[in-house]
Design a binder for this molecule. Sequence first.
Ligand code: G3I
Length: 374
Amino acid sequence: MFTRRQALQLGVGATAAASSVAIANSLSKQSQLDLTDVGNASLRERAAAKGILYGAAIEWAELSDSGFNQQILQECNILVAENEFKFGRMRPSLDRFDFTASDRLLGFARRHSIPMRGHTLVWHLALPDWFEEQVNRRNAEQVLTNHIQTVAGRYRGQIHSWDVVNEAIEPSDGRRDRLRRTPWLERLGDGYIELAFQAAAAADPEGMLVYNELGLEGNHSDAETRRRKVVELLAGLIDNGVPVHALGIQSHLTGGADYGQFEHLRPFLSDVASLGLQILVTELDVSDQHLPADLQERDRQIATLYHDYLAVLLDEAAVIAVLTWGLSDRYTWLSSHAPRQDGNAVRPLPLDDQLNRKQAWNAIARALDQAPPR
Ligand code: G3I
């Protein structure tokens, strides 16, 4: 009897071979790529027609912008809080929780019957200032499980899917197991991942429990190492009976990078799906920091990446949702995180800063229209 991990090692060859057929299909699709006007149906309508969810990350402050608010309601049938559900935002002190921000944002989503993701229960960033000195090897397990039990328990049955653990892999940290040296790992060892999923399952038994990761998309050895580790980690959790239901692929793409039209992702997606897991594109955007200044050329390159990426991802039936990390260039983390050297405003998202649909919007619309129905 093979474990899932052993079965995968045997299976990868077969899925890799299968991808050569997909290459022909995909390349033929490229010749059909048409990013002219794709009609008026919203992204949420096009996604829903295929049994897929499309949405975006938002922050509460953005919703007071009525024009933007209207676009969110028009385009999205799933939402995620960019920051309001993070550990640091909810924990003013070791013995207190503050749900003001998370309640407010979830209230908006529920008023409009839009499912909301819970991002994220366990991460090495967005930790409060008191964490370093007040959380130690002795109390870390209690802090972790109490946080998850309290947060996932409060929103039990109200969250579409929880990013239970975010970004636990970092090969450059030098560990043989390629795990990231996070504050949780340093205090609890690698068992913190299983602990987190078990606590989340106990607190929200109906919740979809997701492992979310970055850096998986590239056509190079580092991304391949991360993909292999993700499959190994997920197979190991499943073999140990840990309740994990889906993989979140963050999908922060870099404009101008060579992704080879993403064909290298097909075997990976198939391997994840063969574990019985669903897949979500959780934080999709395309940074234009290294792209030419010319708006038309920039938008064209960004749109082509959106289309090529989603053409491959949505070919995998296990992919159930696509969320962009923001909806409009008016509100993107990349303005501060990856600004352009020339000082021009960045243009990573489907709508421009005047809330007009861009080529990127057309590209997502086209990819959704071409996606096989679920
Ligand atoms: O709200 C405070 C504000 O009161 C204060 O004046 C200001 C200046 O210090 O900071 C504001 O908080 C910032 C917050 O974003 C809201 O804008 C934090 O400093 C800043 O660190 C935080 O950055 C977020 C980052 O995660 C870290 O949590 C980004 O908005 C968010 O886009 C980014 O998202 C992450 C995902 O969660 C995980 N995957 C990678 C992705 C990009 O880094």
